[in-house]
Design a protein around this ligand. Structure first.
Ligand SMILES: [Zn+2]
Length: 274
């Protein structure tokens, strides 16, 4: 069954009735161990004895309210519970559920990191109608961070230039990646990152898609870019190899759930139909 998440925004109180519980300890999520993998707790079941320290309503998952919160550090996991990092769950649970867990992680982290004003250090207060915080002392307002970063696949119409980072293992290659700088458009970021990392100029920058990446709060935005000019020159820091590949002879690619994988396979599919 596919899951559909409807975000409750601006934040409101949860509706009455049975809910999905998403308890966290720090950045780790507590889930139910099931024969098929992992499942969410439902409030109608026994085995949810712990009061959450914070309770936040995120929205509905297939029509059922979805509530998150944190358990104490000394909470002992009952039988059948399991504490997981998001990275462990990546690719092992439904994509929509992965995204709800990512949202919950970031909003809970924001409750911890947004408590004090970064300007005057006064305690902040919740800003009505959003997840924002306001400082009653100096008026500074702030919102949960979401940091844009680009992923870019360089191609020449027949081949893709894929890159390798130290520490990836010998066979895996992927797209160029980098954070957007203040004052920069996404397309300018694509051009700059490609030039910085492999020394090439590109053209025909085309948007493919995006993916929230809650490690800790990125928004990955994916592009393809056509090779225009230049010789490959590695920056020597972030990358240790860059090679041209045809769709017929690919290296190991990033995991299927990743945006990088989607960009690569979308580009290959488009070559087959053109
Ligand atoms: Zn302040």
């Amino acid at each position: 069954m596919s899951l559909a998440f409807l975000r409750a925004y601006p934040p409101v109180q949860p509706p009455q009735g049975s809910v999905y519980w998403l308890p966290f300890r720090g950045d780790n999520v507590l889930v139910k161990t099931a024969p098929t993998g992992f499942e969410l707790f439902q409030s109608t079941e026994e085995g949810i004895p712990t009061p959450l320290q914070t309770t936040l309503y995120l929205g509905t998952l297939n029509g059922r309210a979805c509530v998150t919160g944190e358990v104490g550090q000394d909470f002992v996991l009952p039988e059948g519970w399991s504490e997981q990092t998001q990275r462990t769950l990546f690719g092992r649970i439904d994509d929509q559920l992965q995204s709800v867990i990512g949202y919950a992680t970031q909003i809970l982290r924001w409750q911890r990191t947004g408590r004090y004003c970064p300007v005057c250090a006064h305690a902040t207060e919740s800003l009505t109608g959003s997840w924002g915080r306001i400082c009653p002392n100096c008026g500074h307002t702030m919102y949960p961070p979401s940091t844009p970063a680009i992923l870019a696949l360089i191609h020449d119409g027949e081949r893709m230039l894929l890159t390798h980072k130290p520490g990836w293992g010998n066979k895996r290659y992927s797209c160029i990646a980098g954070f957007v700088e203040p004052g920069e458009s996404l397309e300018e970021c694509v051009e700059r990152e490609i030039y910085e990392e492999v020394g090439l100029h590109v053209t025909d920058i085309a948007y493919i898609g995006s993916q929230p990446w809650p490690f800790p709060h990125q928004l990955m935005v994916g592009y393809t870019a056509r090779y225009l000019s230049g010789e490959i020159h590695l920056d020597g820091l972030e990358l240790d190899d860059a090679l041209w590949f045809t769709p017929a002879a690919l290296p190991e690619l990033p995991p299927p759930q990743s945006l990088a994988h989607r960009i690569i396979t979308t580009w290959i599919a488009a070559q087959r139909t053109s």
